[in-house]
Ligand binder design. Structure first.
Ligand code: FAD
Ligand code: A2P
Length: 276
């Protein structure tokens, strides 16, 4: 019996490197997160980024760097995104729905990986805005807690609603069966969370740079001074934020490292700003 064409042909993917959207959540008018299928061959280290995008009007893909927000054990990929009103990609990407396809180039890279740091006791994640994304991955990776006794997540945004994605993620982690099995009641002391706002009243306020230099965060969390013997850090925010935090950490005696030369801290831009 002749085999029909339909039975032998797999459904054609409409895009090269296409992945299917499995869920979308809008956090406010300028932030959303979404999940997509994971290519079977994609291996990445928690904290890395990939290029994702959509076809442009001329058929040429519009691709942008995105940190993978999900941990490397997850069978789907999660992203946390800004909506730039006139942004070439995000003005379209913000409308994606479950079942839609996006382009995902399966070549993960980046400096915010555990291998780029020397061993230590305490690991600081320092982020503003969507700079939280790589840490959303690293906070959910058990290897982070295998390597470090304590993780401190400092996240700063202008307003309180911009903190919600990270806040919910940390709350879910605190109820995570795998992590509580590994660390029990002690997990709240393994992952410390310090969310602050700068332009709206909230329980904790102030820029990360100010809270580090004044020692307020140390006082509030009951931590000893930051030192190159015990403390490691990863920075992800705007260029101005990264430059200023780097100077603060260098003031504490920490040095910038890289994949090829692990040291006490690493930095990555959360986006490429105007004119850069
Ligand atoms: P673009 O033309 O790319 O940007 C327009 C302007 O919007 C920029 O000049 C800048 O001023 C501003 N802008 C862009 N991205 C942001 C942002 N995230 N937060 C605040 N302002 C921004 N974006 C994410 O939303 N999530 C991520 O996980 C993420 N990871 C990144 C990782 C790396 C290494 C880099 C370099 C960038 C990352 N970005 C991320 C930024 C992303 O690549 C795009 O710039 C963003 O999606 C906007 O795309 P666009 O085409 O709409 O506008
Ligand atoms: P602030 O409100 O005091 O400017 P932005 O949206 O401009 O990227 O800022 C996101 C958050 O990062 C805001 O809370 C902002 O504080 C803070 N921020 C911006 N630039 C710096 C910097 N150079 N150092 C420390 N924090 C910064």
């Amino acid at each position: 019996i002749p085999v029909t064409e339909a039975a032998t042909t797999k459904p054609a993917k409409t895009l090269p490197d296409a992945q299917t959207v499995t869920g979308v959540k809008h956090w406010n008018d300028h932030l959303f997160s979404f999940r997509v299928t994971r290519p079977a061959s994609l291996r990445f280290r928690s904290g890395e980024f990939v290029m994702i995008g959509l076809p442009g009007d001329n058929g040429k893909p519009i691709l942008r760097a995105y940190s993978i927000a999900s941990p490397n054990w997850d069978d789907e990929l999660e992203f946390y995104s800004i909506k730039v009103p006139d942004g070439p990609l995000t003005s379209k990407l913000q409308h994606i729905k479950e079942g839609d396809e996006i382009i995902l180039r399966p070549k993960p890279v980046g400096t915010l990986v555990l291998d780029a740091l020397l061993p230590g006791k305490r690991l600081w994640f320092l982020a503003t805005g969507t700079g939280l994304a790589p840490f959303a991955s690293l906070m959910r990776d058990p290897e982070t807690y295998e390597r470090y006794e304590q993780v401190v997540m400092m996240h700063t945004c202008r307003t309180a609603d911009e903190l919600n994605y990270g806040r919910e993620l940390v709350e879910n982690l605190r109820n995570d069966p795998l992590l509580s099995e590994l660390y029990g009641d002690d997990f709240a002391n393994r992952l410390l969370y310090y969310p602050t706002t700068t332009r709206e009243e909230s329980p904790l306020m102030g820029r990360i740079t100010d809270n580090l230099t004044s020692g307020k965060v140390l006082e509030d969390l009951g931590l000893p001074p930051v030192s190159p013997e015990t403390d490691r850090a990863m920075i992800c925010g705007s260029l101005a934020f990264n430059v200023d935090v780097k100077a603060v950490l260098e003031g504490f005696g920490l040095r910038e490292g890289a994949n090829s030369e692990p040291k006490e801290f690493v930095v990555e831009k959360a986006f490429v700003g105007e004119g850069i």
